[in-house]
Design a protein around this ligand. Sequence first.
Ligand SMILES: [Zn+2]
Length: 313
Amino acid sequence: MFLWRALSGALAVSVCLQAHGMNSALQCSLCQNDLESISHVLFNCWPAREVWEIANIPLPSHGFTDSTNDNLAFLLKVMSNDSVSLSIRMAIPWILWGIWKHRNEVLYAGKQGDLNALVVHAIEEAELWNKLKETQPQPPLGTGLNARRETRWVKPPINFLKCNLHVSWLNESHMCGGAWMVRNHQGDAVFHAREMFLPASNRIAAELRGILWVLHSLSDLHLDNIEIWSDCHAAIDAIIDLSNWPRYHSFLDKIHRLISSFGKIVFKVSSTKANAIARAIAASVTSDGRGQSYLASGGPAWLFSRIEEEKRR
Ligand SMILES: [Zn+2]
């Protein structure tokens, strides 16, 4: 994120502030020697020069230029250069960020940070981050994303239950409607439930809330060996690879805590067609205003013929 901001000219240095019409002295406040551009702060001002020297990585033969793009392109090459120690080249993004934070601390907090400590800290942060990425547990949540999408509903394997779930989300100010239905390997509905939820900021947040609700219900009912099918691809992706979805980490943490109480649970992506019954029940909340929540055994009577039809296939 930080590198992207640096490349996009989205850091609050004088040159960028002036370009956006803000009245700001162009001179670098740290050295009073040059224009305060992004490239100057990250590569050419005295703290930056000192940091790059301490880091002891190969630098461009004629020094860094005035172009942030060129300088970062150079550093990206260093990052894949095997002759440079791995821990230091992996730390390059953190070093850049450290230089930026150091500049802000000097200017706005009156601190005079230790530049050696900055480099050590960058290396530690990078190592920790890489370690966390490596050891990120790959939960045994199955094959949701790779599985071939079912175009129509199919019975689960013997000894497995299949839970179809949907949360109907219209917009960020409208109440959401959630529904799930569990069927056995013969295609018979075992339980189903409907719930009205408070508005959610988007479809993914709504679906994750629905998944949390399903897991609570299934756990209360002591149901296990279960497949959970949602037609919200992103929500299933977030559950399987949570590191990509930091925005939803509080939902995902709760979901994973519940998952660990099940013996066997698998998440899968459904087509909208194969999820049609859960969609119909959920939509009855948002389009027909049926706000009453319930949990019932079997399936809803008004969908009886559709459930029977799916069972016959
Ligand atoms: Zn300077």
